[in-house]
Design a protein around this ligand. Structure first.
Ligand SMILES: Nc1ncnc2c1ncn2[C@@H]1O[C@H](COP(=O)(O)OP(=O)(O)O)[C@@H](O)[C@H]1O
Ligand SMILES: [Mg+2]
Length: 256
């Protein structure tokens, strides 16, 4: 880490004793564990314009959730913008992403318990009270379609014009908007003590369409009937139809 950034980080958390790159990296960032005298922190850094924007939004969300104790997310410590990079400092959480916990487990029953707890945590989010300061738009889905179009025009997306046009003509009947995570894959929730207990990677957390979260949550085990059953034993408030799943997971998600 260059000395300029290090100094800025130390202004927030005090003298750094140790820095290490995490074994598990994400797709949009570089993550490091930072140890000081009394605490352990996570430094998340992004470099491209798009990912820096997402990181800035993540910092905003974490800051707004600070002291609210409604939604379990890492604790926010600070945000730093450099000329060519942006950085968020948050609490380092002991635990592992659900994707890894599922890979590590050899027992089907244990995997089912993990997945059920994921359903429970997501249900808790979708039923939690709306946090006004996290509302970004009146109609989340319209806004996401406009965002998809913007990414398409800039040529930086897997989605195609054909897919976007198809989505625009097959918008599912609207449901009540709720608090959502906005990128709720098994990579972005943390398992501690055998249960999914926390959301990470929260730049998309806002008020929106809960079916997007639900679709991304089940995407990695959609064809496993037992796992789907386990998920819905924890997430009991609604079950996406196949068309809804396709619209969100094989549709909208392609653009981001
Ligand atoms: N607060 C945290 N404490 C511990 N590990 C974390 C924390 N936040 C992220 N990680 C680890 O870093 C990885 C990447 O973080 P994430 O926020 O998902 O980045 P990306 O946006 O690049 O996907 C995660 O999969 C997880 O292993
Ligand atoms: Mg992630």
């Amino acid at each position: 880490m260059d000395t300029h950034l290090r100094k800025k980080v130390e202004d927030i958390i005090g003298e750094i004793i140790e820095i290490s790159l995490l074994e598990n990296q994400g797709c949009t960032s570089e993550v490091r564990k930072i140890v000081t005298d009394g605490e352990t922190y996570l430094l998340k850094s992004s470099f491209s314009e798009r990912y820096r924007n997402w990181l800035k939004q993540e910092a905003k969300v974490l800051k707004r959730l600070e002291n609210k104790h409604i939604i379990p997310v890492p604790k926010y410590y600070g945000y730093i913008e450099e000329e060519k990079s942006s950085h968020v400092i948050m609490s380092f959480e002991k635990g592992i992403p659900l994707t890894l916990a599922l890979e590590n487990s050899n027992s089907i029953d244990e995997k089912k318990l993990l997945i059920k707890s994921f359903g429970q945590l997501l249900q808790q989010l979708h039923q939690s009270q709306i946090i006004d300061s996290l509302i970004t738009t009146e109609n989340w889905l319209d806004y996401q379609l406009a965002r998809a179009e913007k990414y398409l025009n800039s040529g930086d997306t897997d989605g195609t014009l054909e897919l976007l046009n198809k989505l625009k003509t097959s918008i599912p009947k609207s449901v009540k908007q709720t608090m959502i995570h906005g990128d709720c894959t098994t990579d972005n929730v943390i398992v501690k003590d055998g249960k999914v207990q926390m959301f990470i990677d929260v730049s998309g957390m806002t008020v929106g369409d809960p079916r997007y979260d639900e679709s991304l949550a089940i995407r990695s085990f959609k064809n496993n009937e037992e796992f789907i059953k386990a998920f819905y034993s924890g997430y009991t408030r609604y079950m996406v139809s196949n068309d809804e799943f396709l619209f969100f997971d094989k549709g909208l998600y392609e653009f981001f």
